[in-house]
Design a protein around this ligand. Sequence first.
Ligand code: XMP
Length: 614
Amino acid sequence: MEAGIHPKSIVILDFGGQYAHLIANRVRRLGAFSEIRPPETPVSQLKDAAGIILSGGPQSVYETGSPQADPAILQLGIPVLGLCYGHQWLAHALGGTVKPAIVKEYGHTDVTVVATDTPLFHKLPECQSVWMSHGDEIAVLPPGFRTVASSADCANAAMADDARRIYGIQFHIEVTHTPHGMEILKRFVGLCDHAAWSVESFAAHVGADVKTRVGDRKVFMLVSGGVDSTVAFTLLSETLGPDRVQGLLVDTGLMRKDEVRQIQSALARLKLPNLHVEDASLLFLDRLQHAYDPEEKRRIIGDTFIDVQRTVSERMGLRMEDGWMLGQGTIYPDTIETGGTKHADHIKTHHNRVEAIARMIERGLVIEPVKELYKDEVRMLGEELGLPHDLVWRHPFPGPGLGVRILCAKEPVPVTYPDDATKAKTEAFLAEHAAIPLPVLTVGVQGDGRTYRHPLAVFSGTSPAGNADALALARSVPNAYRQFSRVVLCTSHDRMPATPFVFTGSGAITRERADLLREADAVVDAEMRAAGLYNDIWQFPVVILPFGLAIGGQSIVLRPIRSTDAMTADALPLGDELLQRITQRLLGLKHGDFSIDMVFHDLTSKPPATIEWE
Ligand code: XMP
């Protein structure tokens, strides 16, 4: 059920892609209330809006079946801003002409502002670099409009009807690649008589939305102890009353060291009493014992969560037929990677977006109170709800847990080449840098699409420019050599040992490997806290690879990264001293038949790599 809009919010009509959420997030950062609605929302539901922003989208406005907004929104007398597809829709709806562009523009483009007196570009530079991504353009402006900005290949890169306060911009002001984008958006927001966005009013709004969606039902909530699901759980409990919310914490066997105990005590301190803890580690590990492919592992883990939830709810007598629904702490970036918005590619299946859940969502059986938000907003909400600082600022930990940090392979995966010329060119490059492809595959993202390629290892003792070379290679290699999506620097050996890599056992997820990774992860966590670096980083995945230098040998990859929303990320190179201390401690770790005998430091940003290795 679609809830009514908050009075005087700036409404973003979503024409597809990931733009709408980014715009909504940016508008909120500018202090204005914003929300997203489908493009076809009738004008009757938008009467209280303070302004409307029409988002970008991948289609052509003149194609039959392309998304259309209600033209009556243009009669409301409130400011309207169309971006990319939204810009073209304005022209189309108001009597202008849109046609395929002679030169399609993608990427950085310079525009010249020709009407500097128009409010949106007032006092901004006349020549600006902007981010373009379009195949169509406005050939003829609608009556009443004038050209505001042009690029070499796009005459109407921006247009305005100042009297009616309707504006159109071909480029994407919502991305950081348009340096003055936020300034332009700020000027538009300034034209709107909008409600102020504050965490308090936002929490109240989300609470009201939850009430409408849940009605008189009750919620069975999957909690992981991370900030997203804890915020969602707290919000549901406060809004609906604790008796109508039952939490379930599933111990998958893929949690971090001592995590279950820590979550239990944190939630107890929060006075969220309705928490059931189910140890399902045997079931998860049993189902994963033959899974090697990352997407298969993700599917098994996501499905097993649902099976455990069903078993527990049956046992506790909480049935969907009796008015129980499923709650999840999904946030916006989780949905985009799974291709959850109309036009996004499928990068990874997030555990809360597997098929079984998608079917329940269609049937209206799932409530996800924070699914429109980015992590920064969930954290603000967490602070507002009074959650402890440590919990709110914990590093994100993925739902599938160590399951996507334990890489699986029975035997070495060889590098393959499409032809002899590529092979010769790549091998010459590898020889020049004494670089070694690691014999496993890892997930990356390039041009918004998924890749599954080898990591490339470099060694400081044989690389012509040592560590600095490794960083430079991390930038250039994934673009130049399609066999590799990441570059890692070996921190345990300054040159590749003469012995070949050794694979031991099944190479799949086992409790032993999970235990060894748990120890390694705990060492890294403690060292980062001791070094005072915990708060400087977004997240620090520690990954185990199924090979080493001797029988039972395993390798560890350190992946500290900086990010603001996990959509893009930069690797954070650690200082030599810290890196060596961590490496030496890791090399001493043993568990059962396994021990760590190689350590690597991943230096690749996202894109082209993803944050997690799978
Ligand atoms: P990637 O690795 O795709 O991850 O750059 C982006 C962010 O999402 C987290 N992540 C997940 N979170 N369920 C989650 O709740 C999942 O299935 C999942 N997969 C990745 C990841 O840790 C990073 O913060």
